[in-house]
Design a protein around this ligand. Structure first.
Ligand SMILES: [Zn+2]
Length: 342
């Protein structure tokens, strides 16, 4: 039995037809975990859909109305990049409910993992990039409303920048000076010692953050979204970064963020698309490197006793089995880190 719960429903499946987003990955992850004895049936919790009030904590009433009445404009539907249907709306409401449940579980167990979610490209007033509803933001706002948490930190390791997350929580950030950083174009980390490397984050650290949600995004700079609204920390990685460099930047971003901010909850968006075989990504992490990434996040959270909720976001490996392996490894990494010393 796992020392935490896995939030999952067969209805996480996104009815989007033939699509680069492998909607069947959720069920395949569940099946693999059971088949390999990594998890047992009673490790899983079935989520309820979020209610409309929860969705409205993040999204504009006009947008929610359009979704519920199927009245998106053709342009809005195009931006979503998945075919609209009332069934798809249901799946996103459920994903948001799953993230709320995973966040609650994190507060009791230290970790809570939803085998879904991570729809970080959804904005208050529109969806884009396969993301209709920002499930993670809904979970944060719901737990804040319930007085379960005051502050949260998002740690977004999907290969694409968390533009929706940055936009939703932008209002909670205080302006501050940029810290010194090296631009992606000047980065040649192979020539840097590790101490130099840690002072040469190829990102923009926006410094002191007095608001209640601190956002970190580690992503490929030269990729969707073209317009990247500022996160609290954006690490704009150059194309082709491999395991060692990626882990160094992640370590740096986490320690920098946690020097500035004390979250009551960490929301880890564990995208599988920094993988070198990804069809929509241009970084070069290995499957083993991605597991080390997960371990790093979990070790940091555990060392500081910060509850961590996990969602899975993107993953477009040429072979879906690789995406499934990367996501299963996130659960194995959590098991290894959180079982230690128990
Ligand atoms: Zn992605």
């Amino acid at each position: 039995m796992l020392p935490f719960k896995l939030v999952y429903s067969d209805a996480y499946f996104l009815p989007i037809g033939e699509h680069v987003f492998p909607a069947e990955k959720y069920r395949r992850i569940r099946d693999r975990l059971l088949a390999e004895g990594i998890a047992e049936a009673n490790d899983f919790l079935e989520p309820e859909p979020a209610n409309d009030q929860d969705i409205l904590l993040v999204h504009k009433p006009e947008y929610v109305h359009k979704l519920k009445t199927g009245t998106l404009s053709p342009r809005e539907e195009m931006e979503l990049e998945v075919p609209f249907s009332p069934e798809l709306v249901k799946a996103f409401w459920l994903a948001a409910g799953g993230s709320i449940l995973a966040a609650r579980q994190a507060l009791t167990d230290g970790v809570g993992i939803s085998i879904g979610g991570g729809f970080h490209h959804a904005f208050p007033d529109h969806g884009e990039g396969f993301c209709m509803i920002h499930d993670v933001a809904v979970a944060i706002r719901r737990l804040q409303r319930d007085d379960k948490i005051r502050t949260a930190m998002t740690v977004d390791c999907d290969v694409h920048q968390g533009n929706g997350t940055a936009a939703i929580f932008a209002g909670t950030r205080t302006a501050s000076a940029l810290l010194p950083s090296a631009g992606a174009s000047t980065l040649d980390s192979s020539s840097l010692s590790s101490s130099q490397r840690s002072s040469a984050l190829p990102g923009k650290i926006r410094g002191a953050h007095a608001g209640e949600v601190f956002t970190i995004s580690l992503h490929q700079h030269n990729n969707y979204p073209i317009w990247k609204p500022p996160s609290s920390i954006d690490v704009d990685l150059p194309d082709g970064i491999g395991d060692d460099d990626y882990l160094a930047w992640l370590d740096n971003a986490l320690s920098s963020g946690l020097r500035q901010f004390e979250p009551d909850l960490m929301c880890y968006i564990a995208g599988a698309d920094p993988y070198r075989e990804d069809q929509l990504g241009g970084l070069a992490l290995t499957i083993a490197g991605l597991k080390q990434r997960d371990e790093l996040v979990f070790r940091v959270a555990r060392a500081r006793s910060i509850p961590v909720m996990v969602t899975f976001a993107g993953g477009y490996a040429r072979h879906v089995e690789d995406t499934v392996t990367i996501h299963c490894n996130t659960i194995i990494a959590a098991k290894e880190v959180f079982e230690m010393g128990k």
